[in-house]
Design a protein around this ligand. Structure first.
Ligand SMILES: Cc1cc2nc3c(=O)[nH]c(=O)nc-3n(C[C@H](O)[C@H](O)[C@H](O)COP(=O)(O)OP(=O)(O)OC[C@H]3O[C@@H](n4cnc5c(N)ncnc54)[C@H](O)[C@@H]3O)c2cc1C
Length: 287
């Protein structure tokens, strides 16, 4: 019996034992970014909330934290992964049918139940759209309902057009909500916006008094996006952000302490935090 054998996972329990999932779909989002669709080898779907993450194991290589990029209750479990090192390379190259380990879900979620009658403003940079994808889908599904937002605004920035992920989703979302995309550097054939995502915040149509904002991306982008939101009049307490892309998370359960930053154990009190919780971290530490 190998570590990837579903019988092993079925015979053991505990927060540190990965469940075996199989790759049932792959999509190349950008040259170095792949979305994997996973299904449980034991036929047990994983309940989760948008914003949470899993620890994914490439057997024989290692385990890394990766956000869930699908929405709950709709088909396979999805993760969108940028290849930066040994483990992410093995995950991005996992072939259809291969087994991977999944532990989770861990961490805080975007808290979408607080978005009733709000203007939901989602600001994402680069791969930061991955942890927001399930939230956008859920918000659009609820838009106009009593417990849903009044409107959904999605503002996305990428370095170059070929680094834009979820292009088909962006088209779909633009038919159901307000979507604006910008790139730092245009390439031939690009007819859209050029410039930083913060300019989109200045131009977007939303009521700052009703706005609830979700922000995820590189630290510098989050810093400027939040500043632009606050200058538009959005309350700091109405801004949630996803920190810790570069934090070292290992156990996911708050035990090992590798992801401690000041008073926070980020795998438990994060990765989604409110701006007041994060403001000290944003000014004092690399996230
Ligand atoms: C809560 C959480 C959620 C995450 N969600 C996602 C996700 O949805 N998609 C995704 O692609 N990644 C995500 N990450 C980051 C991912 O976990 C790392 O990229 C991964 O651990 C790198 O492991 P590796 O063995 O491939 O590379 P390593 O060998 O650990 O790193 C290779 C090189 O890349 C650098 N590096 C590592 N991670 C990053 C990073 N995030 N950004 C920039 N440089 C980095 C290292 O410093 C090193 O130089 C998340 C991280 C956390 C903590």
């Amino acid at each position: 019996m190998t570590l990837a054998d579903p019988r092993l996972a079925a015979s053991t329990h505990g927060p540190f034992t990965p469940s075996v999932f199989h790759v049932v779909g792959r999509a190349q989002e950008a040259p170095d970014v792949v979305t994997l669709a996973l299904e449980s080898a034991e036929g047990r779907p994983l309940p989760f909330k948008p914003g949470q993450f899993n620890m994914l194991t490439a057997f024989g290589v290692g385990e890394v934290p990766i956000s869930i990029s699908s929405r709950p209750g709709h088909g396979p479990l999805m993760h969108t992964i940028r290849e930066v090192g040994a483990v992410t390379r093995a995950l991005c190259r996992a072939a259809l049918g291969s087994p991977l380990g999944v532990r989770g879900p861990f961490g805080t979620d975007w808290g979408l139940d607080d978005f009733a009658q709000s203007d939901a403003v989602v600001v994402a940079g680069g791969i930061g759209l991955a942890p927001l994808r399930g939230a956008v889908q859920a918000l659009l599904d609820r838009a106009g309902l009593p417990m849903g937002p009044r409107r959904v605004v999605v503002l996305v920035g990428a370095r170059t057009p070929d680094q834009l992920i979820f292009k088909r989703d962006l088209e779909d979302w633009s038919r159901r909500g307000q979507v604006a995309v910008t790139v730092d550097m245009a390439e031939e054939g690009w007819e859209g916006n050029v410039g930083v995502v913060t300019h989109l915040v200045d131009q977007a149509a939303f009521d700052p008094n009703r706005a609830m904002a979700l922000v995820c991306g590189p630290e510098v982008m989050m810093r400027f996006a939040i500043q632009a939101l606050i200058e538009r009049g959005v309350l700091p307490t109405s801004i949630r952000l996803r920190v810790s892309l570069e934090r070292n998370m290992q156990c996911g359960t708050g035990l090992c302490g590798h992801c401690q930053l000041g008073p926070y154990i980020l795998c438990k009190s994060g990765p989604v935090v409110t701006y007041p919780q994060a403001s000290r971290l944003l000014t004092e530490a690399e996230l």
